[in-house]
Design a protein around this ligand. Structure first.
Ligand code: TRP
Ligand code: SF4
Length: 398
């Protein structure tokens, strides 16, 4: 069975090349290697944009079209909509019961975003809680890997803590200790002594050899049945049954593609190139890009290191072109417009297949809805199964 990957994206409208080089290219690669679940985090968008529902509504399908345009393939991955799977909210609620407030207040994005988005009132319960909602998004699919950027790593860490706490609180049977002792009593005295000694060594110092030895012993001791073995493993490790496995972050390298002005590419900075930017706008935008200020006149020499266009060459150009740029820039041998042309050409080449894929969906919007419907149905089956286990573990299956 393939390992499961899960990631989500807020529906912020038509995506840009920063999203492509920063996240989506990676999502596309992963879909052929693992079992991938990708979802539209529309509730997450509401944590910061709760006053503008129209925008979110339009953005959802625009974004899915971009996903399809860059090559996410509904036959290879599952694409779905968070708000159609109420089980995410149920798990969020249940996790919230035992999550200390301090865990959420200490998530670095909490204060950072409040600072950055000063024009919005983010002193809301939803905004504080959203990393825990993200934890529910991840844990409900028992995902092994979560591909995200550095900025989201702390949320995956919180997810791991929430899972650990959940397993600790609810992964044990009632009277776990007594039951473990009953299983232990089945063992010969000398084995029992050795078992207790290694348990102490493992729990105090994390002694891996002790763990390995004890697990081997439990697995083969003829006195024990399967239930004894499970109990004793939990007893030895000091853990309960793993109901919600801890995911691992799969750090996505930051996008090397900055915005047109050299700052981070972002729609709100007005420095972005859309994934499906039309040709004329693309050309206009690249031609207007600022360049090394030292090149005020065509005859002034410049330095690529001081120029955002060079960052684009680093992403898009082969060695040969890059040498041509460095040489031509430093000697005023080429003009800036000339220097930008290969970038325009490379982006056009990159976009070509994206436009082709998108065309079908733009002319038949129902296809997009069908893909999301099918993905949502599939994801919901997994989410329901997890919630069944979660409810049982918490004693809610009456
Ligand atoms: N919080 C993420 C963001 O703002 C989006 C997101 C929501 C997500 N749930 C997730 C990412 C689960 C990975 C896994 O970009
Ligand atoms: Fe930038 Fe190219 Fe102009 Fe040099 S020649 S300043 S790298 S655009």
């Amino acid at each position: 069975m393939k390992e499961r990957v899960l990631s989500g994206m807020r529906p912020t409208g038509a995506l840009h090349l920063g999203h492509y080089h920063g996240a989506l290219k990676n999502w596309v690669r992963l879909q052929s290697e693992m079992e991938c679940y990708y979802f539209v985090a529309d509730w997450h968008a509401l944590t910061t944009h709760y006053e503008s529902r129209e925008i979110i509504e339009q953005n959802v399908y625009e974004m899915v079209i971009d996903w399809l345009a860059v090559g996410l393939d509904p036959n290879q991955c599952t694409m779905f909509l968070q708000s159609r799977i109420p089980e995410h909210a149920e798990l969020f609620t249940l996790l919230a019961m035992g999550t200390p407030l301090g865990w959420l207040e200490r998530v670095p994005t909490y204060k950072d975003q409040q600072e950055k988005l000063k024009d919005k009132d983010l002193a809301t319960y939803g905004f504080l809680g959203y990393p825990l909602l993200q934890a529910a998004d991840i844990l409900i699919y028992k995902a092994k890997y979560v591909p995200v950027g550095e900025d989201q790593a702390s949320h995956v860490e919180l997810t791991r803590e929430a899972a650990r706490r959940f397993n600790h609180l609810y992964g044990r049977e009632a009277n776990a200790l007594e039951k473990a002792q009953a299983s232990l009593a089945k063992l010969p005295k000398d084995s029992l002594k050795r078992f207790e000694k290694s348990r102490k060594a493992y729990q105090e110092t994390g002694d891996a050899k002790a763990l390995e030895g004890a697990m081997g012993y439990i697995a083969s001791a003829p006195e024990l049945d399967a239930l004894d073995r499970e109990r004793l493993e939990g007893y030895f490790k000091g853990t309960g049954k793993v109901i919600l496995p801890e995911p691992q972050v799969l750090l996505t390298e930051a996008s090397k593609l900055p915005g047109l002005d050299g700052a981070k590419m972002s729609k709100s900075y007005n420095n972005a190139i859309a994934i499906r930017e039309d040709r004329a706008t693309l050309e206009h935008k690249v031609k207007r890009m600022p360049t090394d200020p030292a090149r005020a006149k065509r005859t002034d020499a410049g330095n690529p290191d001081n120029c955002p266009v060079w960052q684009f060459h680093k992403v898009y150009s082969p060695e040969e072109t890059k040498n041509w740029v460095t040489q031509g820039c430093k000697t005023a041998g080429i003009g800036c417009l000339e220097c930008k042309q290969p970038i325009i050409d490379a982006i056009l080449r990159e976009q070509q297949p994206m436009f082709e894929r998108a065309e079908k969906y733009l002319s038949q919007p129902k296809l997009v809805r069908d893909i999301v419907d099918a993905g949502t149905e599939k994801a919901r089956i997994t989410a329901r199964a997890t919630m069944h286990d979660v409810r049982a573990a918490m004693g809610l299956n009456y």
